[in-house]
Design a protein around this ligand. Sequence first.
Ligand code: DCP
Length: 150
Amino acid sequence: PFRRLLATRATVLAEAARALAGAQVVVATALVRDAAVLAARRTRPPELAGLWELPGGRVEAGESEADAVVRECREELGTDVVVDARLGTDLRIDAGVLRVHAAHLADGAPGPRALEHSGLRWVTAAEVPGVDWVPADRAVVADLVDLLRP
Ligand code: DCP
């Protein structure tokens, strides 16, 4: 427990340092429904096209990470989500730092549609490791499996 506490504090400090350095934050959404998470197939850039991601995008100025998750899900999936807990730690990507947030569909919200992706699929815990994820998202596979386990 003590080593875990130290590791947790180191992670918090590293995140604070990156925030002070002004790294661009990109949010990704682990949208969960019926013990499955939504994977979305990217269309760009060429090196990521065809690979699957947790949908999301850049946090804009004056926006919280949760606001950005809600906005990106409206833009990309045409639906309303409620943001739950952070999942995993900061992931370094070329664009800055990627932070995953778990979420669920808001009451009465329509099912997601691929408005900006070339496909959507609901993935169970058993299927998560076999998905052809974009490199950054592959790092949260274990956390996704834990999240989806009953
Ligand atoms: N990214 C990722 N994994 C995700 C989501 C995003 O690795 N689950 C990466 C891919 C991009 C960067 O983050 O390099 C930004 O993502 P998007 O292109 O989806 O974000 P935006 O649409 O906000 O950016 P822009 O319109 O500027 O391309």
